[in-house]
Design a protein around this ligand. Sequence first.
Ligand code: DLL
Length: 432
Amino acid sequence: MPVKETYWEPHIELMSRKEMQFLQLKRMKHVLKYVYDRVPFYKKRFDEGKVKPSDLRRLEDLRKFPFTTKDDLRQHGVPYGILAVPRARLINFQMSSGTTGRATIYPYTRRDIELWANVMARQLVCCGVRPGDIMVNCYGYHLFTGGPGTHLGAQRLGVAVIPWGAQRTEALVEALRERRATVIAGTPSFLYHVTEVMKGVDPERDFDLRVALCGAEPWTPAMRARLNERFALRSRGGGARDYYGTSEMIGPGAGSECFVEQGIHFWTDHFYLEVVDRETGEPLPPGEEGELVFTHLSREAAPLIRFRQGDVTKVLDDGCECGRVFPRIAAIKGRADDMIIYKGAKFYPSQIEAVLLKFPEAAQEYQIVVDKTGATPLVTVRVETDRADEGLEDRVRSAFLNELLVRPEVEFVKQGDLPRFEGKAKRVVVKQ
Ligand code: DLL
């Protein structure tokens, strides 16, 4: 373990696996009884599935319990339909970004907010943020969890936050310079956009940035390399780090990369982790890719049991140099619903991005158009570039073939022609 690494809660983060399992089991028994006694939706669900909270003796027994889906939440009316406390105990609401339909609202008690600040402080430390840092927070504020969650954690840790949101990019470059910011937080697509407008800036001379907290959407190793280089993060011993969470879990605050940058440590003392086969629902062993499912172990307002998050990943459960007990998951490939099936090949938008980032002459902005109006679907990748030479289309299409086993059409458009996004980038357009 590196001597220099520090931890927010070493008594938890450096526990043995056995101690962690003991803690999880205690919390899991509690939460199953808690929702069964308080939330009519769960009582009905467990009764229908013929399971009782007392059927859980070992952690593995959780698989006997039914899943919760986003549709369940919509049907039972979040936030109030799944509430485990009186409404008067709520002190906050946040919203999902609505990537898969109507946005849903999630409630927090005072204890939930305490938990959020704490897991976020843990996550920031894990990413390499330290008290005394100055952070520009480019996650959106309002109902989206990204801005407020990052803000809470930074303040808990003792970091000065500049609450910027995802806007006014040129002024932001000035703020980074003038305030000597050391940390920048934002969606990777927005941060990339920042690097596009900072013409004439020498990041080693003009900036003090060390860590970039990148999350809320899938991103790639090539994107990491670009952000590291353009913000000169490595020259100060830091880097762009993967930063995960969902509004259903708590917002950002479910886990992050450490300095090793090999997968996201998942805070399994609060969010019990399963990766399941999407078709059969059976839990999968480490190394096998499937859908992420989590169970709240310590939330108060509306804990979720076996919630099917839809994100595609796998557990990389083989310990980590940083010493943390928490298992790691691989970078999220995308949501299972985002998978594109084209001529029998299956791929995610993040794989398209990984290919495009190999071409410095193509900008990072792209859009995937899935046209279903003809007899067979047609997938076209629209890519911004001002430097399309004759052979570029062929080179890009061959690279797609190598990576995706299929060759989508490629269309080049002028730089600046594709939409820019203030929050999460929406890469796929479906024509029905
Ligand atoms: O995006 C929470 C968040 C805010 C995380 C800021 C990190 C930073 P939702 O709006 O509910 O919550 O969207 C959650 O975003 O299911 C993933 O598909 C995607 N996502 C979140 N973090 C990552 C990440 C916030 N690090 C959905 N890598 C999730 C890839 C991510 N995808």
